[in-house]
Ligand binder design. Structure first.
Ligand code: GAL
Length: 643
């Protein structure tokens, strides 16, 4: 398959006179895809039932006639003002009960029946009109579910829907719910489902089982909302349907949304993410301020490859300074090209730059595009043209299954955030730390959904932090033949967020390990490990007769061998009960890799690799050239080597 490029375009922002010239320039730049329409509801339907398709017909024709392919977005992320008059209670409410009203975007509650029907209505009208249009080669549902913290809503509509959801989940048996949630604690028992409120506005922490159920419900509402649109699009169009997911947004189960779509895509803003999503230290933020975290994007590429069951895109690629991060520097020259090739190396079918031309008005005036507001070239288009040229010449990328996998479970993320037990303890953060350690060791990684039971082909499988581990997964992991890493908190709760009363974690057959006690502690009080590295933030006290592979140092004056057991190993199973610092993780990964027979090489800081079936890509995320085993890689440079 030939990898392709594209851009995000808003014909409704520009006079018609320049559409043709824009289309010509897009085609000349080597772009294939143009995503349009996703915020255009007020232009398509300026008043209820008054539909204006002409402009969109013309825009699609204009792009299509230049050989460009259109990704058409359903416009449901931005309901027009009249809609909010028609459905005054369609807004989501935040945790404090405040209305999240009109004047920006995503101002709807997923549970509102009236808006749900409106979203289906506009989707059907669009699908009827463009379902057979030859230029509409793909669809996008809505835009970035969850952006601006919009999955969870504390509205009346959400409360009613949640009560119904619970009624179904517990087959109408309120006693079963009371028992499962432990509502006897603090006299929280309910007499019927209609008494159950939302877990906000309580005096102190609500019941974690209640919170977790509400998170699961909120995720299911997104799945249902998306599915309703997909079902309609499928009636009228054979073109694939995508959604554009985000970086480090975990409030809905992307695997469940992805199961209804042909393509997963995501919006990659490496510099925007660096400060507050990528978990980078201050020194790393300084070093990579114009390049972005070397691993954060790659993790999402691998995650969304799994969500898309192999088919995935970058729907929005940062092209220059953005407007929304704490600081908004320009990318280092070469980085737009590097980000694009990195996505392709991880198997992206297409990379689309957000946006074609910088808007001179409204919220995103300070967000760069491929063109400046005066239509002159911005720096990113030069790099996009270069990639287009390189794609014409280069051999195709052939993705291949990796030898190392990490399981990712959205439900585990909700469980961790429901009761973190210490500042900075997040499931996503733990996965990211392990992912970074694997990448520092030069490994290529697959992310696996939590329903994976067939691990053939993998030599090493990491399942850290998966709080509810179903029995059949336990059995599959015990038998899979790969080196398996468990803990901390793996299998620490049942499906209703109760601790097992058998020894923790519920034993794997033949694996003698019990969590006797657990604690969280300050990040600035690391507990050094014998041999280097440290346990940080969180530690489980392990009772185990198995081989100890990591332990904390002996306290001064105490006897040798008395340091706490941090990681234990039996057969091919390893349980690590602590959060480790980078050095500790590097040591653990090195041990596992050796046991798994994987060759590993520690890469220089900022240099990362990715294997395909035929070659290895090398990326230098540093602002200076770096010497590696394949030669010197220039600053922000990319090297391809046959394997
Ligand atoms: C994305 C969004 C776009 C645009 C962009 C700015 O989150 O999908 O519409 O707002 O951010 O970086």
């Amino acid at each position: 398959m030939k990898r392709t490029l594209g851009t995000c375009y808003y014909p409704e922002h520009w006079p018609k006179e320049i559409w043709h010239e824009d289309a010509i320039r897009m085609a000349e730049a080597g772009l294939t895809w143009v995503r349009i329409g996703e915020f255009s509801w007020s232009k398509l339907e300026p008043a209820p039932g008054e539909l204006c398709w002409d402009w969109l017909d013309q825009a699609i024709e204009c792009l299509g006639s230049r050989g460009l392919k259109v990704v058409l977005g359903t416009p449901t992320a931005t309901p027009p003002r009249w809609m909010t008059e028609r459905h005054p209670d369609m807004f989501a409410r935040d945790e404090n009960g405040h209305v999240r009203g009109f004047g920006s975007r995503r101002h709807y509650c997923f549970s509102h029946q009236g808006f749900f029907a409106e979203s289906q209505r506009i989707t059907r009208l669009m699908a009827e009109r463009y379902g057979a249009n030859p230029h509409v080669a793909a669809w996008q549902t809505d835009n970035e579910y969850g952006c601006h913290d919009t999955v969870v809503s504390y509205s009346d509509a959400a409360r009613d829907a949640f009560q119904n959801w619970l009624r179904q989940a517990f087959s109408g048996d309120i006693d079963a719910l009371n028992l499962a949630w432990g509502n006897v604690f603090w006299s929280m028992e309910y007499g019927n489902f209609a008494e159950i409120g939302l877990p906000n506005l309580t005096v102190t922490e609500p019941n974690p089982a209640h919170v977790l159920a509400f998170k699961r419900f909120s995720s299911d509402q997104v799945v249902a909302f998306n599915r309703a649109q997909v079902d309609i699009l499928k009636e009228y169009s054979a073109a694939p349907v995508a959604h554009n997911y985000m970086g480090r947004v975990t409030d809905f189960d992307h695997f469940k949304v992805g199961a209804d779509l042909e393509i997963a895509s995501w919006d990659s803003y490496p510099l925007g993410f660096l400060e507050d999503r990528a978990g980078a230290t201050v020194a790393e933020q300084q070093k990579f301020s114009r390049q972005g975290d070397p691993d954060f994007q790659a993790l999402h590429h691998d995650l969304y490859r799994a969500v898309g069951q192999g088919r995935w895109w970058v729907m929005e690629q940062q092209p220059g300074p953005v407007n929304w991060a704490p600081y908004n520097p320009s990318p280092l020259p070469g980085m737009v090209r590097l980000w694009t090739w990195e996505a392709f190396a991880h198997g992206a079918e297409a990379v689309c730059y957000f946006r074609w031309r910088q808007a001179p008005f409204a919220q995103e005036q300070l967000h760069a595009g491929l063109l400046r507001p005066d239509s002159e070239d911005a720096p990113a288009i030069v790099e996009a043209r270069q990639v287009a040229e390189e794609l014409r010449e280069a051999q195709d990328v052939q993705p291949v299954q990796a030898e190392v996998a990490i399981m990712f479970d959205y439900d585990a993320d909700w469980a961790w955030s429901t009761q973190p037990h210490g500042a900075g303890l997040s499931y996503f953060g733990l996965i990211l730390d392990y992912y970074k350690a694997l990448r520092r060791a030069g490994l290529s990684i697959d992310i696996l959904p939590p329903d994976t039971r067939d691990f053939s082909g993998y030599r090493m499988v990491l399942v850290p932090g998966m709080m509810h581990l179903p029995d059949d997964l336990k059995a599959a992991l015990a038998d899979c033949g790969a080196e398996v890493l468990l803990g901390p908190r793996t299998a620490a709760r049942d499906q209703h967020f109760n601790m097992p009363t058998t020894p923790l974690p519920p034993a794997f057959p033949n694996f003698d390990v019990t969590v006797a006690r657990l604690e969280s502690f300050r990040p600035d009080l690391p507990r050094p490990l014998v041999g280097g590295g440290a346990a940080i933030r969180y530690q489980e006290e392990l009772e185990s007769g198995a081989e100890v592979v990591l332990r904390t140092e002996v306290a001064a004056g105490a006897e040798a061998g008395t340091g706490a057991k941090v990681a234990v190993r039996s057969g091919r199973l390893t349980y690590c009960g602590s959060w480790l610092d980078a050095e500790g993780m590097d040591r653990l990964i090195a041990m596992l890799a050796e046991a798994a027979g994987l060759g590993l090489r520690m890469l220089p800081e900022g240099v990362r690799t990715r294997r395909t079936a035929t070659e290895e890509f090398w990326f230098n995320h540093c602002a200076e050239p770096v010497e590696t085993e394949v030669g010197v890689i220039p600053a922000a440079g990319v090297i391809r080597r046959p394997v």
